[in-house]
Design a protein around this ligand. Structure first.
Ligand code: GRG
Length: 297
């Protein structure tokens, strides 16, 4: 993918090659749900969140690190993301027709199968963290810490909470503070979790973990703002319906395009600033921040 350096691109490809292998076979029952899980998960996404997991792990991991387990954690994060996309696209939520350049999962498989596939992916993600976490040899964290971070990121203090307030705010006036709250939860929480899982799986020092958390918090919010900026772009490039945000407040409707771009840029500068104590080890994170700054899809 353009904008990633060779190391990041390699990580993206490792995720791409692994994802489908972690799912139940499409030949096994329930075939339709298994097929829908595969359809949603393997659709051509950017894989930014799992790349973030692999990158923070690479920054802190030594020879003892279980690289295969970390890859599976990264894929588990992508499963949670794919689950959230299926649910977000449903008629009772965003009612979207196009995602990642394809029909949304509920249009391809029907709503009930799509909902079951979403929960199938979520459940699989937790199973992977439990299975793979059991083999980690960490001094500073436990497998329960990893599970706790993941469930916290998804719950009412994370994606679910952000989505709930987003839906509540439709058709109403939402101020900037509220919008930041919504998106730092709806979108930001999984970026934070992705970065933290990698750092924890590499047994990073608490101080380094805190720097990574600050980086991911700012990156996640900036990512959402750039998402709002490209919402009206050509769906042939973005792979999703354009103008999907037309009926609700976004950073662009509140700040204008220039204001939104300036805020995204400021957040990305903060994100990069959080890495000051990590030196050259954090260079790949700096590249990821620049990828978000310039992305068109
Ligand atoms: C139970 C996991 C779970 C969630 C329930 C539906 C919901 C609560 C939350 C919705 C979260 C959501 C879909 C936020 C939007 C985040 C966003 C900007 C998505 C687009 O991400 P990209 O551009 O997509 O990384 P690709 O396709 O490249 O992966």
């Amino acid at each position: 993918m353009t904008g990633l350096n060779a190391a990041l691109e390699r990580r993206r490809q490792r995720v791409e090659a692994r994802l489908a292998r972690l799912l139940p076979s499409p030949d096994d029952e329930p075939r339709l749900v298994n097929a829908a899980m595969r359809y949603a998960l393997t659709a051509p996404g950017k894989r930014l969140r799992p790349v973030l997991t692999l990158t923070t792990a690479a920054m802190f991991g030594d020879r003892r690190m279980d690289a295969d387990a970390v890859l599976d954690f990264a894929c588990a994060v992508e499963m949670v993301h794919a689950c959230s996309l299926i649910l977000d696209d449903l008629p009772m939520m965003d009612d979207a027709a196009l995602r990642r350049g394809r029909e949304t999962t509920h249009l391809a498989f029907g709503e009930s199968t799509a909902v079951l596939a979403a929960f199938g992916l979520l459940n699989r993600a937790f199973a992977i963290v439990a299975e793979r976490g059991a083999g980690l040899r960490l001094d500073r964290y436990t497998v329960e810490d990893l599970q706790h971070h993941l469930s916290g990121a998804i719950g009412t203090a994370g994606l679910i909470g952000g989505q709930a307030l987003d839906l509540e705010g439709r058709g109403r006036t939402v101020d900037l503070e509220r919008l930041e709250y919504i998106h730092s939860h709806k979108t930001g929480a999984l970026f934070i979790c992705a970065a933290e899982l990698g750092a924890m799986a590499a047994d990073a020092r608490r101080r380094d973990l805190a720097a990574v958390t600050r980086f991911a918090k700012n990156l996640g919010l900036a990512f959402q703002i750039t998402d709002d900026l490209i919402d009206r772009d050509d769906s042939a490039v973005t792979g999703k319906d354009s103008g999907q945000d037309a009926d609700h407040h976004t950073f662009v409707t509140l700040l204008g395009r220039d204001g939104a771009r300036a805020l995204a840029s400021e957040l990305l500068d903060f994100a990069i600033g959080s890495l000051a104590g990590l030196g050259r080890r954090a260079d790949d994170l700096r590249v990821l921040a620049d990828f978000v700054r310039h992305r068109r899809r």
